[in-house]
Design a protein around this ligand. Structure first.
Ligand SMILES: [Mg+2]
Length: 324
């Protein structure tokens, strides 16, 4: 698709129930009022089609500017579909309305004013960003490739997410880690061989291995502050207990308080179980190969993707053009 095409068309891919459709409609109308674009497409997501299919449908109908009103899951679904089809002629804007908005945070987007957010998402400055690609091997030998934008995780973080009550996750977002965490705390450690680019493989004993394309999580939390969306690199954080303690302690201090969430108790259990293990340093590379001793859970951008017996994470440089 040529970017100099005369006709432009916006497609709004939205997570129904999380947006005020009327307000969003008005904001899109206002942003495009003086422009002679084709009529906008409105494509709601649903349980079976989480954004990617809508994006491909929009592109087939000559959409040039995609605006995603959703959280990290919706965004990931759209970006994965575009990257698989190698579609580069469209730009992406985000209206952050989901429970997890880590990508929006990394792009420094906010939703204080819907009109401003829509205008930036459709007509703002172009910003090319990298994607991560997880090439996984399932315990039954099946292979699968999945793109992600913010962060992937192998181990306890993914396991906790897997065990998190979906209704609670929907309601309170990533803080819901804890509720699930209480149930999955007994198996703490995983052992994984980790190979960064062509360096020697290292055997790591850890709680979670995080592979980041971008470093920040909601709530000003970062386990990899140097990670950048456009540096052609993935950042690896091997999460040991001390780091994990900080993570929990952080969430313990967030304003949201739920009497079912007991971060201090979990933290104490972790500290007791793991007092003599040190946090490992962060690593950086463009190709990260992970061979766990036994299958581990995988999460990508906050969504769970089952168990893997091996995974390779590669960076796809400047794969997507955002409007910010
Ligand atoms: Mg990066």
């Amino acid at each position: 698709m040529s970017t100099s095409a005369k006709h432009k068309r916006a497609a709004i891919i939205y997570f129904p129930g999380r947006i005020d459709r009327k307000k969003l409609d008005a904001a899109v109308g206002q942003a495009l009022s003086s422009l002679n674009w084709e009529p906008s497409l409105w494509l709601p997501t649903n349980h079976d089609e989480t954004g990617g299919q809508q994006a491909l449908r929009a592109v087939a109908q000559n959409a040039t500017h995609l605006l995603i009103a959703g959280g990290d899951g919706t965004v990931r679904s759209v970006l994965d579909a575009l990257a698989r089809e190698e579609i580069t002629g469209v730009t992406i804007g985000i209206i952050p309305v989901g429970t997890g908005n880590a990508l929006a945070k990394n792009l420094k987007l906010e939703l204080s004013n819907i009109n401003v957010a829509v205008k930036r998402g459709l007509l703002g400055n172009r910003h090319e960003i990298d994607l991560g690609l997880a090439k996984v091997i399932r315990p039954d030998g099946e292979r699968e490739e999945i793109h992600f934008c913010v962060m992937g995780g192998l181990g306890l973080d993914a396991k906790i997410m897997q065990n998190t009550n979906p209704a609670l996750k929907k309601a309170i977002g990533w803080v819901a880690y804890f509720e699930g965490g209480i149930r999955s705390i007994p198996t703490l450690f995983e052992r994984m061989f980790v190979t960064v680019d062509n360096r020697e493989p290292r055997k790591l004993k850890l709680v979670s291995l995080l592979i980041g394309n971008a470093g920040w999580l909601p709530g000003n939390l970062s386990l990899m502050p140097d990670a950048k969306l456009d540096d052609g690199l993935l950042d690896v954080a091997a999460v040991g207990p001390r780091r994990f303690w900080n993570w929990i302690d952080f969430w313990g201090r967030v304003a949201f308080a739920n009497e079912n969430i007991r971060p201090n108790k979990i933290g104490r259990q972790l500290m007791d179980a793991t007092a003599n293990v040190k946090t490992l340093e962060n690593l950086t590379g463009s190709r990260i190969r992970v061979q766990p001793e036994r299958p581990v859970h995988l999460q990508l951008d906050g969504d769970v993707f089952g168990m893997v017996s091996e995974a390779e994470f590669v960076v796809v440089p400047r794969a997507i053009t955002f409007r910010v």
